[in-house]
Design a protein around this ligand. Structure first.
Ligand SMILES: C[S@@+](CC[C@H](N)C(=O)[O-])C[C@H]1O[C@@H](n2cnc3c(N)ncnc32)[C@H](O)[C@@H]1O
Length: 269
């Protein structure tokens, strides 16, 4: 997209790095600016595995959505959905069933604008601007209510977003509010960064990230991430480092899975 900035929504400060665009940079997307690339590169210098981690996270999301589709889930609420890239949730869900419905939610105007562009004409998938810290507003939004029947099982996707919510904002309460809106048979797909795999590099990554991006990153230990699954039952293999969750092939599992710094799980309500 070099040179062509016509897609940039008004009011976006292209000189300040932000969460969605730094992630887009790691994933090899084109909706990021020099400020995002600088932070992305500074972190990759501390954690050379960063791009591989981001790609592994996206691949997990794809496997998890396929798993949910095979379990009969036909409606998905994806909060912190990000800037669309390859293997988007609606593409996977609607490949399984063209009538599958997807509501994407993000706080970032670039993610919203690009999602709207690629979803134009798709009656069953849409995006709303929303803040995970205010789950009630997301759940009662007209569009959520139109596309999602909360009396039926739903796939709730919270992929690498809860670590942007500070303890003081009680992410566990946020999750409980969302969980309580879900019908039995619903699923939670969650990924969260941890420092436990390799603490020194993880804490250095966190420091560099928080210096460059105003939305702060909060790495958590496994026990605190496990608490997000209260009221759900984890499916096999439980809460694991991202390459270990039902890999497509044993060849996809590196010897050092703990170095992927992201714990993921899928659980049934
Ligand atoms: C690391 S990206 C992950 C994107 C996507 N879930 C994925 O796995 O590819 C995190 C996303 O969460 C969004 N986000 C951060 N804080 C948020 C909040 N309070 N409410 C909604 N979205 C938020 C960011 O804008 C960003 O798009």
């Amino acid at each position: 997209m070099a040179g062509d900035l016509s897609w940039v929504p008004p009011g976006v400060d292209t000189h300040r790095a932000n969460v969605a665009r730094v992630y887009d940079y790691w994933l090899g997307g084109s909706h990021n600016f020099l400020a995002d690339q600088d932070v992305g590169r500074a972190i990759a210098a501390v954690e050379p595995n960063m791009r591989a981690i981001a790609r592994a996270n996206r691949a997990f999301l794809g496997r998890a959505v396929q798993f949910l589709a095979a379990a009969g889930i036909r409606q998905f609420l994806d909060i912190g959905s990000g800037i669309p890239t390859q293997g988007n949730v609606h593409e996977i869900a609607q490949r399984a069933d063209p009538a599958a419905r997807v509501v994407y939610v993000d706080i970032d105007p670039v993610a919203i604008a690009h999602s709207k562009a690629i979803l134009a004409g798709n009656e069953n998938a849409t995006v709303i601007e929303g803040d995970l810290r205010d789950p009630e507003t997301i759940l009662t939004h007209d569009i959520s209510r139109r596309l999602i029947d909360f009396s039926q099982p739903t796939g709730l996707l919270l992929m690498v977003v809860l670590h942007f919510i500070a303890d003081a904002e009680d992410p566990w309460r946020i999750l409980a509010t969302l969980r309580d809106a879900l019908a039995p048979g619903s699923y939670l797909v969650l990924g969260h960064a941890t420092y436990e795999g390799k603490p020194e590099i993880a804490h250095a990554t966190e420091t560099v990230y928080n210096r460059g991006v105003s939305t702060q990153l909060h790495l958590r230990p496994r026990a605190e991430i496990l608490r997000f699954f209260d009221g759900f039952e984890l499916v096999d293999p439980g809460l694991v480092y991202v390459p270990l969750w039902r890999p497509a092939s044993p060849a996809d599992v590196p010897g050092d899975s703990h170095s992927f710094q992201c714990l993921v799980g899928v659980a049934r309500r």
